[in-house]
Ligand binder design. Structure first.
Ligand SMILES: [Mn+2]
Length: 451
């Protein structure tokens, strides 16, 4: 059996019965008149861009077919579909590839079964919650983008509004980027007290499990209706439906699969929120990313809004923040690969944005943006990635003074002004710059000595 696949949408399937084969041709196939030989193939008038597929587990027949095709079109592209032939059974031909039917079908079928399992899960969740008047979607205190996006997706899947399925938390959204997400998408997270949980007819925990609310969480929390999360599974509670997938880098990936499995149309806002949720929980598909997260990310990428994403990731800079940046830039000097910009009093979200930008300075391997927020010095640190981990360096810098941490290439530190003054005397810009410069040189240098 073989087929010729035209490039102009005309697809021709031909059937070449083997001599010992009594079977009739399958539906949709034409008989290759004259059997398998050069002349019969030539009658098909193959065009130079045509591709051929040979489906056979018979080595001699396949070799013959390749030979006959080559006589007509010397460098024809040929795909051999067989699960039993190996490369040794096949003739040497520069544009020949082999793949197995079963492998091809298995991959697709596996995916369909995954969709089916997700569909089943969503149907059960919808059934469970259908008659409940008010469903509370509970997030951890100071929820992160993964949680917020997932909760928003759940409400969408349930076809509910904020009145019948509000997003709730025991602590408000604090980080400026997370507030920007809520603002850009139009999501409201309502802060409630544990007592207010009794106002709800159903409780769903998203991106969190009850243990996060302390050793002995409120009684209502120990029996949630649904828990959907990717953190390690905890004990001490019983949920009617639990979907915990620890291999996933983000809960938003689970919800993306729910949406796909139910053929739910994902609008730009929802796609952007989920994409940002995956991106931020996996450090832009870095650490703890599974293939699942990659698949969901690329699926969402097609329908997300880049403009909306930019607005979330780069909140508008306030004018006084820009002026502070201008003054800091006026005295820029990159020494030992370190670029420190001291901004003075600014809105907190200006600091990481300045740190991002400062790393672009010529010769900079490290950038540090420092600002005064409330009674603290807050600084964001970035590096080029191939130097000592930013998180470690920041921990060394704030040691005994404040708090800090982060990852390989980005970190954040906070030093109370009081603690800074105790050690360094004054907290003016010049003093902050030289003190931090010395501390960073020491912290970065430490690593080099340790090897
Ligand atoms: Mn998460």
């Amino acid at each position: 059996m073989w087929s010729r696949i035209g490039t102009d949408e005309s697809e021709e399937l031909n059937w070449v019965p083997r001599e010992d084969e009594a079977r009739a041709r399958p539906p949709g196939f034409k008989i290759l008149q004259g059997g398998l030989d050069e002349e019969a193939i030539a009658k098909l008038e193959p065009a130079p861009d045509d591709e051929f597929a040979l489906a056979s587990d018979d080595g001699p027949w396949t070799r013959l077919a390749v030979r006959e095709i080559q006589k007509v079109d010397e460098d024809a592209s040929i795909l051999v579909l067989s699960d039993s032939l190996t490369e040794d059974d096949l003739p040497d031909h520069p544009t020949l590839r082999r793949t197995g039917w079963k492998t091809l079908i298995r991959d697709d079928i596996d995916e369909e079964f995954d969709h089916l399992a997700n569909l089943h899960r969503v149907v059960k969740i919808r059934e469970l919650l259908a008659d409940r008047e008010k469903v509370g979607i509970l997030l951890q205190p100071d929820p992160d983008p993964d949680g917020i996006a997932s909760a928003y997706a759940l409400r969408y899947l349930l076809g509910r509004k904020r009145t019948t399925a509000p997003l709730i938390s025991f602590g408000e959204v604090q980080r400026p980027e997370n507030q920007a997400l809520c603002h850009a998408i139009g999501i409201e997270v309502r802060v409630i007290t544990p007592e207010e949980l009794s106002d709800f007819d159903a409780l769903v925990l998203v991106d969190v499990q009850p243990n996060v609310f302390g050793e002995d969480p409120p009684e209502r929390l120990k029996q949630p209706d649904v828990v959907i999360d990717h953190h390690p599974e905890r004990t001490g509670y019983s949920a009617t439906i639990k979907d915990i997938r620890v291999s996933y880098g983000a809960t938003a990936s689970i919800f993306t699969e729910y949406l796909r499995a139910t053929n739910t149309e994902i609008n730009a806002k929802l796609a952007t929120a989920l994409l940002y949720g995956i991106k931020s929980d996996t450090q832009y598909l870095g650490r703890q990313t599974s293939n699942r997260d990659m698949l969901s990310f690329s699926y969402l990428h097609a329908s997300h809004s880049p403009a909306l994403l930019r607005r979330i990731e780069r909140p508008a800079l306030p004018h006084d923040g820009l002026k502070a940046l201008g003054r800091a830039l006026a005295s820029v000097d990159v020494r030992d690969g370190i670029n420190i910009l001291v901004l003075g009093r600014v809105r907190e979200d200006v600091i990481p944005q300045v740190a991002d930008m400062a790393l672009q300075a010529e010769g900079a391997e490290w950038s540090i943006a420092v600002g005064t927020v409330g009674r603290d010095l807050v600084f964001s640190v970035r590096n080029v990635g191939y130097v000592r981990a930013a998180g470690e360096v920041v921990r060394a810098v704030v040691d005994g003074l404040g708090v800090g941490g982060g990852h390989r290439s980005m970190a954040k530190g906070i030093i109370p002004l009081k603690a800074f003054r105790k050690v360094y005397g004054r907290a003016n810009k010049a003093q902050i710059k030289s003190a931090l410069y010395d501390a960073f040189v020491r912290a970065i240098h430490d690593d080099r000595e340790e090897g």
